[in-house]
Design a protein around this ligand. Structure first.
Ligand code: SAM
Length: 224
């Protein structure tokens, strides 16, 4: 019997990039947490000013956990979306998992969007290094602008700022295809910020069936 083809997620060019990014993320994000705590202590009103906060956020990975990455991979393999839209690229870790699955499906593409221009530059390099750039369109800017005009979405991944999940979903609802899968990260760790979104997708009157998966920071899977 022929051996099954190796999954793209585990091919050397993809696995090496993910391994490097995850180990960089652990050290980098821990260091930035200390920087944030020090800046908070030094702040007169107990709040970070916008520039300091943006500087820290523009350098923080905030990536999906490896097990959430694998969940994204297997959802794409089984759901077989033609077009995935991702809100919140950061350095590209989740998009690499999504694109690896599209490569194995043999069809489909991703549009991912990120506000920070520094992160967009880095993410583009990572997509090249993982040999997945041909499957990923990366748009820099505010998702409400960069995603305007998108025509059909078969899978929506929400991983940007949490209070924007609900307004962005509602903005994109007219172009969600029938059977669109919606995946939202951080719904347990940032439950209060995700509350309006969760109330909405869990209310059957809005046409979704939805459930929480207690993986890492919590993932909400919704379908309509
Ligand atoms: C949690 S991180 C994304 C992590 C990424 N999905 C991964 O797993 O590697 C959230 C990202 O969303 C971006 N973001 C937040 N609000 C945004 C907006 N309105 N438009 C585009 N990107 C936004 C932030 O700059 C940040 O990099």
């Amino acid at each position: 019997m022929a051996a099954p083809a190796q999954m793209t997620l585990f091919k050397p060019e993809v696995a090496a990039v993910l391994l490097r990014l995850y180990s960089e993320a652990v050290e980098n994000d821990a260091q930035l947490k200390l920087e944030e705590e020090a800046a908070l202590k030094a702040a007169e009103n107990g709040r970070l000013d916008d520039d300091t906060l943006a500087s820290i956020q523009n350098r923080t990975f905030m990536a999906v956990a490896p097990e959430v990455g694998r969940l994204l991979y297997l959802l794409v393999r089984t759901h077989k979306p033609s077009r995935i839209v991702e809100f919140g690229t950061s350095f590209g870790i989740s998009a690499i998992h999504l694109a690896a699955a599209l490569r194995d499906n043999g069809s489909g593409c991703i549009l991912t969007t990120e506000h920070s221009s520094e992160k967009v530059l880095r993410a583009a390099q990572h997509f090249e290094q993982a040999c997945l750039s041909d499957l990923i369109e990366l748009r820099q800017g505010d998702a409400f602008t960069t995603l305007a005009g998108v025509e059909k979405i078969d899978m929506l991944v929400l991983d940007g700022w949490k209070p924007l999940y609900l307004p962005l979903l509602q903005k994109l609802e007219p172009v969600l295809s029938p059977r669109c899968l919606v995946v939202a990260d951080d719904v347990i760790s940032l439950a209060a910020k995700c509350r309006p979104y969760l109330d909405y997708v869990r209310d059957r009157a809005n046409g979704y069936i939805s459930c929480e998966i207690p993986l890492d920071d919590g993932v909400e899977l919704s379908f309509r």
